[in-house]
Write a protein that binds this ligand. Sequence first.
Ligand SMILES: [Zn+2]
Ligand SMILES: [Zn+2]
Length: 363
Amino acid sequence: MKAVAMNPRRREIGVVEHAAPRIGAPNQARVRILDVGVCGTDREICAFDYGTPPEGSEYLVIGHESLGEVVEVGSAATGLRPGDLVVPTVRRPCAVPGCITCGAARQDFCTTGEFVERGIKQAHGFMAEEIVEDARFLNIVPRALRELAVLVEPLTIAEKGLAQLASVQQRIPAPSRPGRALVIGAGPVGLLAAMALRQIGYETHVFARARGPNARTAVVEQIGATYLAGDDGGLEGAAKRIGNIDLIFEATGQSSVSFEAMKHLGVNGMLILTGVPAARQPQSIDTDLLMRNLVLKNQVVLGTVNAGTVDFEAAIRDLGRFSERWPAAVRALITGRHPIERARELLANAPRGIKDVVTFDAR
Ligand SMILES: [Zn+2]
Ligand SMILES: [Zn+2]
């Protein structure tokens, strides 16, 4: 079967002929892949920044944002039937006996670092015609979300962050006004986070570099959030317009912007960091100001990576709600569906749209 792979030794990216996987244990299911989203992580892997093939393989099949259809189930793959639409989680538990988080099926919080991640670290990913997966890592998606469910995985980033926000902010009595959130970045994760924040009632502002109108500002407008362009007074101007910022949700992977934004975090505020910056030159920041604010304003800074099954379930529920509330805006996030032959080009170039998808569904 065809798959898209990265070969780190030969420094090659492209379509490979990959052995079709077969069910090897009764709790597994075989899944026909329909859609795979292309994201910054994939582009970094395909720039040979990171990404590790599985033991014994020269290449790594990439892809971690996917939607598939179950075609075969093992005798113990309970709860799954052929025809079910499923989105797999990405990280698999480590085998270290003492890892409590992996033992509790929260490998997204793995304490040993010995986990594997499909399409990223020591396990083949989903940009292939078929995959085989343990049933417990497959999340069933309603048919109605067929066209959108490839967005589930990127939405889980926001869901995991917001779940932690909810638990941390239990420390504060419920506020009398809606919380005010500033989302940094208008890529897929930023826009999905903005939708999730609108859904739970936050007054939401999205800060991004480009001046509108464009496809991103249209999405922001449709969901009842405010778009703040970077050259319109910068973060300083944005902070003045918003007032006390209760939450900053960072989705750019740019440390300079994130720490600049942190200066404007409000009383009892929380900064959630989700991007992974490439290591560049050290930069100077006003540590006294940041630390004074952290202490005197009861602030919390939280980094979050990957997501657990609960976050996938929340994302599937929320995607359904978003598609009822803002159908055009959610659809607008997927800006292109492309055949596998175009994968290499999509991976090698900066994104032109919001979310580009490689599709295996010959329709
Ligand atoms: Zn991704
Ligand atoms: Zn672990």
